[in-house]
Ligand binder design. Sequence first.
Ligand code: C2E
Ligand code: CA
Ligand code: CA
Ligand code: CA
Length: 274
Amino acid sequence: AKHLGRNNFQFYSADLTIKAAERREVETNLRFALKKEEFLLHYQPLVDLATREIIGAEALLRWQHESGKLIMPDKFIGIAEETGLIIPIGEWVMRSACQVAVALNRGRPRPVTVAVNLSTRQFLHNDLVSSIQAILAETGCHTDWIKLEITESLLLENTDNIQRMLQSLSAMGLCISIDDFGTGYSALSYLHRFPVRELKIDRSFTSDITDNAERALIVQAIVSLARNLNKNVVAEGVETLEQADYLHKMGCPQAQGYLFSKPLPLEQFLALLG
Ligand code: C2E
Ligand code: CA
Ligand code: CA
Ligand code: CA
């Protein structure tokens, strides 16, 4: 048994070495990507369920690798967070989204919003609020045009510092939205403690509302909760007309999903928006 244990240990330590080397390689590539401007944003339309009009978009990060391959965020956000590179990458995302929001809103009577995803890691960096403030000023972006998507896990950190940062961002006029709502710990008690203006129902709930009665009840409860608390609610991952109609009947005002459009390169999003 002792012998086996030792072999196992060697196996695991070799495996970890490979992983660490891989990670370092991705980290080096990410730094390079930032310098060479290999990142880009795709825009997924946000739709008003009553009129089916596009009222905004979520900015989703992509990495156009020099090999030509388009790399999805799930493949590199984790490493960017661990290495701290999410700070400069996040600033790039915010600046790009603000520039686009300014262009989108030129000459429009009603605001078109651009939602930006923020990692919890970005809030552990004390400059987040001033950085966002500087980017808004520099790009001339109105706070009505930007939404910040955070995850439930951030609220569970529950430090005075994070609460203060969210208060500042909200006081600036930015909409704070809870992403993937329902998948985290859903300590509903935090909802009134933080300046949250919107809940985004996770795709895992949306995907089976039409054939899973229990899931449908949960979604109905989230929609009712949001409305009673005077918060906006968005369903993500809507793929069928049936789901869209059902959500609309439940009183959910807004949605995103492949039914309406997948995330698009800027030019295509602009063409769709008209
Ligand atoms: P998320 O914020 O929950 O974004 C929604 C994801 O679901 C996106 O994947 C989107 O393309 C996908 N999606 C949208 N509609 C549908 C649908 O109808 N069906 C299905 N099956 N999928 C749909 P994506 O673009 O690969 O992004 C994955 C995650 O990466 C995002 O999840 C977000 O957490 C993170 N992410 C993306 N961009 C950024 C960024 O700029 N900063 C940070 N920190 N995270 C980002
Ligand atoms: Ca999101
Ligand atoms: Ca999600
Ligand atoms: Ca997410």
